[in-house]
Design a protein around this ligand. Structure first.
Ligand SMILES: Cc1cc2nc3c(=O)[nH]c(=O)nc-3n(C[C@H](O)[C@H](O)[C@H](O)COP(=O)(O)OP(=O)(O)OC[C@H]3O[C@@H](n4cnc5c(N)ncnc54)[C@H](O)[C@@H]3O)c2cc1C
Length: 342
């Protein structure tokens, strides 16, 4: 089939990789360049927090998350970057005055899915064994099976792969005005395809009802004095921050969650909250260097859940909210099984 994909962010790329494996020919459209920063998929920390996200999500997310964790290695192997995947568990901790919240958080997870009983309580000794740099903490939980994808590496290498693939045409910096049954419309023309996918994320809001953006801000820090190897969260009554380690002592610190479609630079309030929280987690962050601050918006539907909608020769996938990396492979698999593969 000759398939058109509007939007080559996270979902568009996961779709493209799957469809190429099945032997289809693709034409991709994105209003950004192939290496641009527009996609939320480029801003994401790439955490695969299948348990930790359950606190504010449905158990559907858990099942899709487990399936995605099983599918990610195959996608990354296709790009020859299996080392961009890590699944060594994650840590959640809190300051002593917030231990009650921490316990409540874990109890909520346990009440939602049976597998959450695998979450392990760690004392100071346990924490130090697992992550020596977090020795100042005396209580934490270890969540096995969680992990991360190096999101920016995935985005970059998938650009290289798709741009050089003989069965792919990529129209860069083309704003798609409409995606309709079997057609993608831009600059006053509608190009016909055997099947089309609308994967424009927030850019599809004119055609997807109740789609909104949720602003998220992250810091990138170089912290030679910090040695944390797993995604680590700190619960706090007002915000939840996470530290996601990348090679060479680089850390992504995130993320705010603000009901707004404003993509302007980070606010003073957010920067104070994120940086003071991260410094309180590990004093080695005091001398870290701020590499960059990034803001983007998560495409979110009314119920904060992803949706696949299908018409004749048309599939729309949207609403991946804060769970794009956690869910995209499974959601795309489901969409393909529902649609053109039948
Ligand atoms: C700060 C932050 C941190 C995050 N951290 C995580 C995390 O740790 N784990 C996790 O699972 N998820 C995380 N996410 C969520 C994840 O990034 C999103 O759920 C995911 O990127 C959504 O994928 P998408 O393909 O629908 O949208 P996007 O990735 O935004 O892609 C949409 C693409 O469509 C293009 N486009 C839009 N409009 C048009 C148009 N009219 N014409 C042509 N092209 C168009 C855009 O340029 C873009 O390339 C995070 C998000 C943010 C903002």
């Amino acid at each position: 089939m000759h398939i058109g994909i509007a939007g080559v962010g996270l979902v568009g790329r996961v779709l493209a990789l799957n469809l190429l494996r099945q032997g289809h020919t693709l034409t991709l459209f994105d209003e950004d360049t192939a290496y641009g920063d527009n996609a939320a998929g480029m801003t994401a920390a790439g955490m695969l927090a299948v348990f930790a996200e359950l606190e504010s999500a449905e158990s559907d997310i858990f099942e899709h998350g487990k399936r995605s964790i099983a599918l990610w290695p195959g996608l990354l192997e296709q790009l020859d970057i299996l080392d961009a995947y890590q699944q060594e568990g994650s840590i959640i901790t809190a300051h002593p005055q917030d231990y009650k919240e921490l316990e409540h958080f874990i109890e909520t997870l346990k009440s939602k899915v049976e597998e959450a009983t695998e979450i392990e309580l760690l004392d100071k000794v346990g924490i130090t064994e697992l992550e020596p740099d977090l020795e100042q903490h005396s209580k934490a939980f270890f969540i096995p099976h969680e992990g991360q994808v190096d999101a920016q590496r995935f985005m970059k290498v998938s650009s290289d792969y798709l741009l050089s693939h003989p069965n792919v045409i990529w129209h860069q910096e083309i704003k798609v005005d409409e995606v309709k049954e079997g057609q993608i419309c831009f600059a006053g023309v509608c190009e016909p395809f055997d099947w089309v996918f609308d994967a424009r994320g927030l850019g599809a809001s004119a055609q997807v009802e109740d789609l909104r953006g949720i602003r998220g801000e992250v810091f990138w820090l170089d912290a030679p004095e910090v040695n944390i190897s797993r995604p680590t969260r700190m619960l706090h009554p007002r915000y939840k921050i996470y530290i996601v380690p990348r090679p060479n002592h680089r850390y992504i610190i995130g993320a705010t969650e603000i009901e707004s479609e404003d993509k302007s630079p980070m606010s003073v309030r957010s920067s104070l909250e994120l940086l003071s929280a991260v410094y309180s987690m590990h004093s080695g962050f005091a001398e870290a260097r701020i590499v960059k601050m990034v803001t983007n918006c998560r495409p979110t539907l009314k119920d904060n859940l992803p949706a696949i909608t299908q018409g004749e020769k048309l599939t729309r996938i949207n609403g991946l909210y804060r769970h794009g990396y956690l869910l995209a492979p499974a959601i795309v698999e489901e969409a393909l099984n529902k649609g053109i593969l039948k």
